[in-house]
Ligand binder design. Sequence first.
Ligand code: UD1
Length: 423
Amino acid sequence: MDKLVIRGGHRLSGSINASGSKNSSLPIIAATLLAGDGTFTLHNIPDLRDITTFTQLLNYLGTETAFSDNTLQISSQNLKSLQAPYELVKKMRASIYVLGPMLARFGHARVSLPGGCAFGPRPIDLHLMAMEKLGATITIETGFIDASVKGGKLRGGDIHFPLSSVGATGNALMAAVLAEGKTTISNAAAEPEIETLCKFLIAMGSTIRGTGTTELEIEGAKSLNAIDFRNVFDRIEAGTLLAAAAITGGEITVNGVEPEQMKSVLKKFVQAGCIVETTLNSISLKSHGKLTPTDVTAKPYPSFPTDMQAQWIALMTQADGTSHITDKVYHERFNHIPELNRLGAHIEIRKNQAIVHGPQLLSGTKVMSTDLRASASLVLAGLVAKGTSEVLRVYHLDRGYEKIETKLNTLGADISREKYNEF
Ligand code: UD1
């Protein structure tokens, strides 16, 4: 297994390019299943473990893929299976994204139930409800979701989500674009990744109104086309890099971003005492090393993202006072806290809120990654900790951060990747 060995105490400076977004790549790749002919060329796809896992799933279904230099070519002309097996689905919950497009194109899909998750229950009831609203019959047997539609064709319907779900909105969209007639989706997720999916589907020939809002209206098309498409930047990676600058009292510029999509996070960096400047496609952050305690509440977009919550907690360990970080999306997403405390932080958990008492001098030790963003928070803490920190089980981090240690080292960090054996 790999671990990251971080020698802390280096101030980050310089500029770096953001990678393509993982969370928009996944639904886009799934949406390629909707086109019967042609080859898609997807640009700016990050080279990540989650992308490899997802393309393996599509390959299993019969899709042909070729990936190099962040460009993915993909064609789904000759699918040979409509079943997503447990062995592949269990590796990544986002595998559920194949349900909507397969059902819409073939009238049938079988997808293994995704299992639990490191930070609490993650149900899929809203995905299934959306498919049923479009005329599907769903049965769950022997660990599989079996979805089919009489006559082979979904029909437009009215879908209302009682709570905002990125994945369920994506699945509903991918099903509705090939359904007969009009579909409405209310209380849809408005995350930039869903906006990107809408743009992708529109470029394939779909009619979607309300892109970027919580109310979507879709007119089903008879067929959709393969296209060339450039994926958006990863706003969570960009936010994590900015947090790395902030925690080390550094000064960096992240290029290739759309600051508009990161307003809630940038506002918090400013409240925390950082100087933030933006252009149309770059964000510069300067920190003098003195941070003001700043509360955040993670909620659906455009609020502060749950995927930045763990990194914010790491940052606030260095703020001069107490901050409250609440997660209203995933109430139990706090696996990073015991590990941050092992580095010397003083953080309490009360229900879905972390109370961070800063500033604390962190000192390097071995810590364990438990999930993707938890790992990112440990790396941030390692950057400021005295001495050497080792972040174990770094495969969690590799799911979602492209060449993270190379990027941080370019900015002046001292991180090496080493092999180790777990007893
Ligand atoms: C996506 C992101 C993930 C991010 C999350 C919230 C991807 C691949 N992953 O995950 O990084 O943390 O959005 O921004 O894009 N829920 C239900 N029933 C459902 C579906 C969801 O109750 O059928 C609940 C969840 O438990 C959670 C909330 O809805 O409390 C939001 O989850 P959702 O937006 O669906 O997350 P994902 O799409 O899985």
